[in-house]
Design a protein around this ligand. Structure first.
Ligand SMILES: NC(=O)c1ccc[n+]([C@@H]2O[C@H](COP(=O)([O-])OP(=O)(O)OC[C@H]3O[C@@H](n4cnc5c(N)ncnc54)[C@H](O)[C@@H]3O)[C@@H](O)[C@H]2O)c1
Ligand SMILES: [Zn+2]
Length: 360
């Protein structure tokens, strides 16, 4: 069991990482809230595995539980789904102190957080992430929201949780493709911030991909939460260093959008990291031997490093419409060694194109 503290100007909270946290959630949440009622929001793929266990644990602590089960999938990350959360909770005379618990991946976490930010102008919010991506990335940092027809995550709010409870046992039932997608963010964290972590991951990756060693998974999640937390603490509202977390994401978002969101986020970030390392080498920032180590680790994590078939122009167009474009300039997060990155907004368009072509 470990607890990583996230210390922000207006909120501090612990991220608990442990096996069996869903079974034991009632007691942990009772320490956070003396109130009578809690809401649990989850999706229809997560519910069959964990909802009954969580609800029983909460009821054992005399919580009255209202659960909302939404359809699973990014296509349901909409205002309409958030509306369903309102519709199902508000008739229960919700009070400003009644917490909302998100049980699920990043989609459920983002929507529940947004609902918690807006119900009565803000109710307490607890994250219980069940995907690797949600544990190491989405549940820490307080970004919440939904997609709009014009783009992803365009509607939202910052609303920090009061606690994050990550039960690594939940990762056993996660489809392997989803698990590997989360590993892309773990590799990203080490490349941007921790050379020792990268060395360790090179030694443990083959065991990690088996998804069945709670000890190892606990260490992986704890390590990655520490990196995400330290970046978020230094830049809670994304004015500066938090942009480092976008390593692999400028290319990645372009590929994701051009694929019509058919590829998973982590798969696109994997290709995006390969392309960013390629640009870093072409710019003379990064040693080619380091680039090769990153590419090899991505491949060993079961993620794509080449084989891209989407048209380059479609990817370039999608990159240009990313919401993080500033003053019409694309900003690239490039490693100058494993464990450190710098931001460059003057990468030549031809180099960007070549890096995409090299992914074929
Ligand atoms: N707020 C942030 O800072 C932040 C950061 C990164 C990503 N995100 C968001 O996170 C979302 C992606 O999250 P995700 O990758 O967790 O996807 P997801 O929430 O869609 O979960 C992936 C799939 O796995 C299923 N699932 C979840 N846990 C399971 C388990 N333990 N066993 C079996 N099935 C399980 C889900 O039902 C879903 O079908 C995106 O919408 C993205 O925008 C947010
Ligand atoms: Zn990401």
């Amino acid at each position: 069991m470990s607890i990583v503290m996230v210390k922000l100007p207006d909120a501090s909270y612990g991220v608990s990482v442990r096996s069996g946290l869903i079974r034991g959630a009632g007691q942990v949440i009772r320490e956070l809230s003396t109130r009578a009622r809690v809401g649990v929001v989850t999706d229809d793929r997560v519910a069959p595995h964990f909802l009954d266990t969580l609800v029983a644990s909460l009821r054992a602590e005399k919580f009255d539980v209202v659960s909302v089960v939404l359809p699973s999938g990014e296509e349901h990350k909409t205002l309409a789904s958030v509306g369903r959360i309102f519709d199902e909770l508000l008739p229960h005379k919700w009070e400003r102190t009644f917490p909302l618990i998100a049980l699920g991946g990043g989609v459920i976490g983002d929507m529940t957080g947004f609902a918690a930010a807006s119900i009565l102008r803000g109710v307490p919010f607890i994250q219980m992430p069940t995907t690797l991506l949600a544990m190491v990335d989405a549940s820490v940092g307080g970004k919440t929201g939904v997609n709009h027809a014009t783009g992803k995550n365009l509607i939202g709010a910052f609303h920090q949780p009061i606690a994050v409870l990550a039960d690594v046992e939940a990762l056993r039932t996660l489809p392997p493709r989803e698990f590997r997608s989360g590993l892309a963010e773990c590799i990203k964290h080490d490349v941007i911030a921790d050379a020792d972590g990268f060395n360790r991951l090179e030694k443990t990756i083959d065991a990690i991909v088996k998804q069945d060693d709670p000890e190892l998974l606990g260490q992986l999640v704890t390590h990655n939460v520490m990196i995400k937390a330290s970046v978020v603490e230094r830049d809670p509202f994304e004015h500066g260093i938090r942009a480092h977390l976008n390593f692999g994401h400028t290319f990645g978002h372009g590929i994701e959008k051009a694929s019509g969101y058919q590829m998973l986020h982590g798969e696109c970030v994997a290709l995006g990291m390969v392309a960013a390392c390629d640009v870093a080498v072409r710019r003379g920032l990064l040693a080619d031997s380091s680039r090769r180590r990153v590419v090899e680790l991505i491949a060993r994590a079961g993620l794509p490093t080449k084989g891209l078939t989407l048209p380059t122009d479609a990817i370039l167009d999608a990159m240009g419409s990313d919401k993080k474009v500033r003053d019409g300039k694309l900003r690239f997060v490039l490693p100058d060694r494993i464990g450190n990155v710098i931001i460059k907004s003057d990468v030549e368009p031809s180099m960007v194109r070549d890096a995409i072509e090299a992914l074929r």
